[in-house]
Write a protein that binds this ligand. Structure first.
Ligand code: GLA
Length: 787
């Protein structure tokens, strides 16, 4: 397949056309010449000559605009010749029909700056991106439409606005293509769609939308190695995403197409989620893989070259519900604040032997200066309750907040409970966290992480006000759970002791909608420390405006604003304890800091914050989390007959296992009996269950019912990794003290008919530890319960 582009329109980059005149937009007008970029049989071809793409991902939304050039220069100095950039649809269209490309959102300027540094651009405009970004980049208002399976499909409720978005992308970024004198070489269609669905008609529709809006460079799709073949179509060049084993990735590509081999996302590290262990990516394995890919005439894009920070409220959430940290450092070779070290040097050294004869690497730019800030007081506060707006929404039973046109933030729900005996209040769902009060006194919490949707209510001598304060953390960015509607979902019921459940009706709802950029409401601060959920205000005087890291470790959970700009979320359960505060967002003299803390700072007295000279990214403190009742769940496998007993094949291949007969139950247990390497550890990258037709069963309501062992000290080996859809991370049993057999019990949320399983072994080179050999599978109503 050779795609050729002979159009030779000559335009000038950075210029707008008025009549027939060319006017400079930002300073110098470069005479830019259109180029031809094509996909040959073995190589990418730029003006007919082979081009090996050494690309690195950086999201301009995650880096202060003032630092874009600095980071691009650093990327160039690492030996890369291209930068890969997602566009997050919701970042540019938070309110339907209102597009925003200004300032921090100026994607065209980002392209111009990349070009000025001699970098090509690979554009990934979605509509879906993933990327640990709120709802994977999809706008929340799509969720006003009903249904749990319409996103990322050909349903017009999704496809029509998605097409409009792509049209807008073409308008703004079409002129940035190489064929028009800009740096954009290729444009990606969707993102890892083969991981999600198999309707190639959907991919074709999006491809057509990009063509219709004037993209005339090659279009491509990316998928993890295991899913490359699933949605392959000849009209789209395809690349493979992986974090190890490039040989397997390239083999999967060779099996479907004749063309250059490219890794679309090579994971140089990994993202962090709140409450889990910090992730790092090894240097040695990565440099070996980079050399191997280059030696094989391959191309790659490092995910991430520079991760940056998910400022504001843009952080996403891993499935089933594990919100991502604000830092997106990713253990990338260029750290969150643009710092470089041994990893950068190693990558640069690995790439240098493969530079073109006329290429010379520039030195990296100097590190941005950093400063400390002595602890400063936040001596004023105002309760969240009194910051709620007067406007009331009345509804019989609470519906998801999207129905009320609330995008995200804090929502207060009030209802009157009649006098009577104690009992239990239960909601159908609470997304994400909520604090429940009766006449102003906290009586419990709802927590979507554990499906904790019930609270005990005491007896009342007279009617009492039940108030729920709900905080939305982030919309899930991956898997079918992207249909992530927030708020309290009704019906809400009250079951008196010994009585029957009755709906609680006639609610008053008030909301602080933080909107796109974390808008603060007018706040009437008063001197003194807040009680419960409150906003705090303080500030500091700065003589310099250098980078710093706010130490939030003594605070609870919430959001920080500096000089009115929303910096992001914090949560002292870690592993991130600091917040990167870029110098350009400070001013000389007074700087104002506002903190929303839902649980309140620890300790007594006036709370303070200090600015540190270095980040703290690796200190989980699970003991600081909301109290969680101890688990009383027990395993009940004795006497239960397995539905299957067998042996997996060695290696990293995905394996489907069919049971002799389908079995029905609400729980599933994988019992691992030994491992290929004879060691005591078991690992699972992914576990799915299959129906009679071999299709994967819906896992959007799955939870871990029981697991005998999880590694949580050296690495994040949590069992949820086995059902989060990501092949790159994995459940692994504790690296000390655990022994076979190992058991993982899933609660499927409802009774399902299970006819088989799909097992993705831990990925990586041959001999990686934890690959299971002999196993048994069980299906039952109650394999692990608290009875
Ligand atoms: C996938 C996605 C990326 C990102 C990574 C994990 O591969 O394509 O957007 O979410 O996973 O960081």
């Amino acid at each position: 397949m050779t795609t050729d582009f002979h159009r030779r329109r000559v335009l000038r980059a950075g210029a707008v056309t008025v009549g027939s005149a060319l006017l400079p937009v930002s300073g110098i007008v470069h005479a830019a010449v259109s180029r031809r970029f094509a996909i040959g049989e073995h190589d990418f071809l730029l003006d007919g000559k082979p081009l090996q793409i050494r690309c690195g991902e950086m999201h301009f939304a995650r880096v202060p605009r003032e630092y874009w050039s600095h980071r691009l220069k650093t990327i160039k100095a690492m030996g890369l010749n291209a930068v890969c950039a997602y566009l997050f649809w919701n970042y540019h269209e938070w309110r339907e029909g209102r597009y925003d490309w200004a300032a921090q959102r100026d994607a065209a300027e980002f392209c111009r700056l990349a070009q000025a540094e001699g970098l090509w651009v690979i554009l990934r405009p979605g509509p879906y991106a993933c990327a640990e970004w709120e709802m994977g980049g999809l706008p929340w208002w799509l969720l006003k439409h009903d249904g749990d399976a319409f996103l990322r499909t050909r349903d017009e409720a999704y496809l029509a606005p998605a097409r409009r978005w792509l049209k807008e992308v073409g308008r703004v970024l079409g002129p940035q293509q190489v064929t028009h004198g800009g740096p954009i070489l290729m444009v990606q269609v969707e993102n890892e769609y083969g991981f999600y669905g198999d309707d190639v008609g959907y991919l074709r529709a999006l491809r057509q939308a990009l063509l219709d809006t004037g993209f005339d460079v090659p279009l491509f799709q990316c998928n993890p190695t295991n899913a490359v073949a699933r949605t392959y179509i000849p009209e789209l060049f395809t690349v493979a995403n992986f974090g190890s084993d490039p040989a397997a990735g390239f083999k999967a590509l060779d099996a479907v197409q004749k063309g250059p081999r490219m890794c679309g996302e090579y994971y140089s590290g990994w993202f962090d989620t709140w409450g889990a262990t910090h992730h790092g990516g090894g240097v040695e394995g990565a440099t070996k893989d980079i050399s191997a890919m280059l030696k094989a005439n391959g191309s790659f894009s490092l995910y991430m070259a520079h991760g940056g920070t998910t400022f504001g409220l843009w952080g996403g959430c891993d499935r089933p519900f594990r919100p991502d940290t604000t830092s997106y450092d990713y253990d990338a070779p260029i750290g969150e604040a643009g710092w470089i070290g041994a990893k950068f040097d190693a990558y640069r050294a690995a790439i240098t032997p493969f530079l073109a004869p006329d290429e010379k690497l520039p030195p990296p730019p100097p590190r941005m200066p950093v400063m400390t800030i002595p602890p400063f007081a936040l001596a004023e506060s105002v309760a969240v309750k009194s910051a709620m707006p007067a406007r009331v929404i009345k509804d019989v039973s609470p519906r998801p907040i999207e129905q009320y046109d609330i995008s995200r933030g804090l929502v207060s729900y009030r209802v009157t409970l009649p006098a009577g005996p104690g009992g239990v209040v239960e909601v159908a769902r609470a997304r994400d966290l909520a604090w429940v009060h009766l006449d102003g006194k906290q009586i419990g919490t709802f927590d979507t992480r554990y499906r904790r949707y019930k609270v005990d209510v005491p007896a009342r001598a007279k009617p009492a006000v039940l108030e729920i304060l709900l905080y939305t953390i982030a919309r899930v960015n991956f898997g079918p759970e992207v249909h992530d509607r927030k708020g309290i979902h009704g019906p809400v019921t009250f079951t008196p002791k010994g009585g029957t459940a009755a709906p609680l009706e006639h609610w008053e709802i008030r909301a602080l909608d933080f909107d796109a950029d974390g808008v603060l409401p007018p706040l009437a601060f008063k001197k003194g420390r807040g009680k419960g959920a409150a906003f705090y205000r303080g500030g500091f005087d700065a003589a310099r405006t250098d980078d710093t890291f706010l130490d939030m470790s003594a605070w609870g959970q919430g959001v920080v604003w500096v000089n009115g700009r929303c910096l992001g979320r914090f949560w002292s359960i870690g592993p991130t304890q600091t917040m990167y505060l870029p110098g350009p967002w400070l001013r000389k003299g007074r700087n104002e800091v506002v903190v929303l803390d839902l649980t309140g700072p620890r300790g007594q007295g006036v709370p303070t914050i200090a600015g540190l000279a270095a980040p703290i990214l690796d200190q989980p403190h699970r003991e600081r989390d909301l109290p969680r009742p101890p688990s009383t769940v027990r395993l009940h496998l004795d006497g239960v007959k397995p539905v299957h007993e067998g042996e997996f094949a060695p290696g990293s291949q995905t394996q489907d296992v069919r049971f002799a007969l389908p079995a029905t139950g609400r729980q599933f247990c994988l019992e691992a009996l030994d491992a290929f390497d004879g060691k005591p550890y078991a690992a699972v990258a992914e576990l799915s269950l299959l129906d009679k037709d071999g299709k994967t069963l819906d896992q959007s309501n799955w939870t871990i019912a029981w697991v005998d062992s999880e590694e949580s000290t050296k690495e994040d080996g949590g069992a949820l990794n086995a059902i989060n859809g990501q092949n790159s991370d994995y459940w692994i049993t504790a690296l000390t003290g655990a022994s076979y057999p190992h058991r993982l019990v899933l609660d499927l949320g409802r009774t399902m008919e299970v006819a088989g399983l799909r097992y993705v072994p831990r990925q990586g080179p041959e001999g990686v530890t934890g690959r299971i050999r002999r196993f048994r599978a069980y299906v039952g109503a109650a394999l692990a319960t608290d009875q």
